[in-house]
Design a protein around this ligand. Structure first.
Ligand SMILES: *[C@@H]1O[C@H](CO)[C@@H](O)[C@H](O)[C@H]1NC(C)=O
Ligand SMILES: *[C@@H]1O[C@H](CO)[C@@H](O)[C@H](O)[C@H]1NC(C)=O
Length: 274
């Protein structure tokens, strides 16, 4: 692409102008996410996302993913090249578990079926915590799981919407209607610290140092801690867990496709939740 636009631009601009322009745009985008994950790799990770069997077919496009990452410039751009790839692989693995259509004997294996769903199919409630007065539920709205991270609960929809510029309490459906908003909610969750938990980003970017409480709870840093942040209350510290193992399975496959090591501490079976 760059070569084509440069050669046609030669007609219009002096060589000096082109030289300066290409240097500055190169610096501004030294390692944008789109150079670490090209469309081909994206499609290899999510082999079945557009199958007719997947309710989210044709929703989670590469273009929407890349557009959403631009809203969070630190995502996948912090640390060494390996760290950046590992963070992107970890993020994509976690959202794949949240939206998986895979099963043990699925074609291409259980970990090729990420991004198959965009909303929870049989929610058991509206996920309205009406004791929460800061983010009050809007009458008749459901805060069921939607989007790549299956955003749930009124307080998460309210906060995500505020950060991203839409009314998440009044229009929670937007998270399953717009793929860019959908990816943005997942990245918002990944990038945002919600005390006492660190952000998933800080953990995978190697910017998080264990606290005393983490040491006491055996919460070592790595992919297992990210699982603990996302759903530790239900999945961590209870021995081997199928959901945790599914997350790990996705991460191992993706790390391999990114040609990067997974790093230590993949599991959270020996960690207490936050
Ligand atoms: C989302 O899409 C559904 C179904 O297509 C539609 O009924 C709803 O009004 C849409 N909501 C928003 C907030 O765009
Ligand atoms: C802490 O976790 C590690 C694995 O990450 C495990 O080997 C060790 O036994 C755990 N320690 C305790 C006290 O649970």
């Amino acid at each position: 692409m760059a070569a084509v636009s440069l050669s046609s631009a030669v007609v219009l601009f002096s060589l000096t102008t082109i030289f300066l322009f290409s240097i500055s745009s190169w610096e501004a985008e030294a390692h944008p996410v789109s150079t670490l994950i090209k469309k081909k790799l994206y499609n290899n990770l999510f082999l079945h996302k557009d199958d007719k069997a997947c309710p989210a077919n044709d929703f989670y496009t590469y273009r929407s993913f890349i557009k959403a990452t631009k809203f969070f410039p630190e995502f996948g751009t912090t640390g060494s090249l390996s760290t950046r790839k590992r963070e992107i692989a970890a993020f994509l693995a976690q959202i794949s578990h949240e939206t998986t259509g895979g099963w043990a004997t699925a074609p291409d294996g259980p970990y090729s079926w990420g991004l198959c769903y965009k909303e929870e199919i049989s929610p058991t409630s509206n996920y309205c915590d009406d004791t929460n007065k800061e983010w009050p539920c809007y009458p008749g709205k459901s805060y069921k799981g939607r989007g790549p991270v299956q955003l749930s609960w009124n307080y998460n929809y309210g906060q995500a919407g505020k950060a991203l510029g839409f009314d998440g309490l009044k229009n929670p459906e937007l998270v399953a209607n717009s793929s860019i908003i959908a990816f943005k909610t997942a990245l918002w969750f990944w990038m945002t610290e919600q005390k006492p938990k660190p952000s998933c980003h800080d953990v995978m970017a190697g910017r998080y140092a264990q606290t005393q409480a983490d040491v006491a709870a055996n919460r070592t840093t790595g992919f297992g801690m990210v699982t603990n942040i996302i759903n530790g209350e239900l999945e961590c510290g209870i021995g081997s867990d199928a959901r945790v193992n599914d997350r790990i399975g996705y991460f191992k496959r993706y790390a391999s496709l990114f040609s990067v090591q997974t790093g230590p501490n993949l599991d959270c079976e020996n960690q207490k939740s936050f």
